[in-house]
Design a protein around this ligand. Structure first.
Ligand code: CMP
Length: 143
């Protein structure tokens, strides 16, 4: 089953939006196969966002995602990568449609409440940064 990595970013946790976001994922029909609340280490954040290392916003991005507790999740289901990109909405909340998480809950790119992997390769890479295989549950026996 296709898996993707989702982060509920520190601004969303701080604003009490964890339940709202988790609920949208579950109601859409996707399953949470792993989940952890914690403060992301600088090392993990830099590895996670290494494709942006040369961008001017990199330092503030790392500071933002390590600034407080965030929630890391492995979300699974058919087409989960594309579906979670659609559920989250555009990276810049100005462009995010109403009905999406960012379109309903965010106003700034630098505080855009959620992250979702953008491809199969990114999903595999990001899941491996944040979880061990043994952290991920197997639903196949009850599906
Ligand atoms: P995310 O989907 O986690 O992927 C990369 C992140 O970089 C993005 O969400 C934003 O949080 C951040 N980002 C991208 N572009 C900018 C920007 N122009 N200014 C600040 N942050 C940005």
């Amino acid at each position: 089953m296709e898996q993707t990595y989702i982060m509920i970013k520190p601004d969303a946790v701080q604003r009490g939006l964890m339940g709202e976001i988790i609920s949208r994922v579950e109601k859409r029909g996707l399953k949470i196969a792993a989940m952890r609340l914690g403060v992301m280490s600088e090392e993990s954040a830099k590895e996670h966002y290494k494709e942006h290392a040369e961008r001017p916003f990199f330092a503030s991005l790392i500071e933002y995602v390590t600034s407080g507790p965030s929630v890391s999740m492995v979300v699974e289901g058919k087409n989960s990568i594309a579906i979670m990109r659609a559920v989250n909405g555009a990276t810049n909340p100005v462009d995010a449609l109403p009905g999406t998480i960012r379109g309903d809950l965010a106003i700034e790119t630098g505080r855009n409440v959620v992250h979702a992997s953008d491809s199969t390769e990114s999903a595999q890479r990001e899941i491996a940064i944040h979880f061990k295989d043994s952290d991920i549950v197997n639903y196949s026996k009850i599906d």
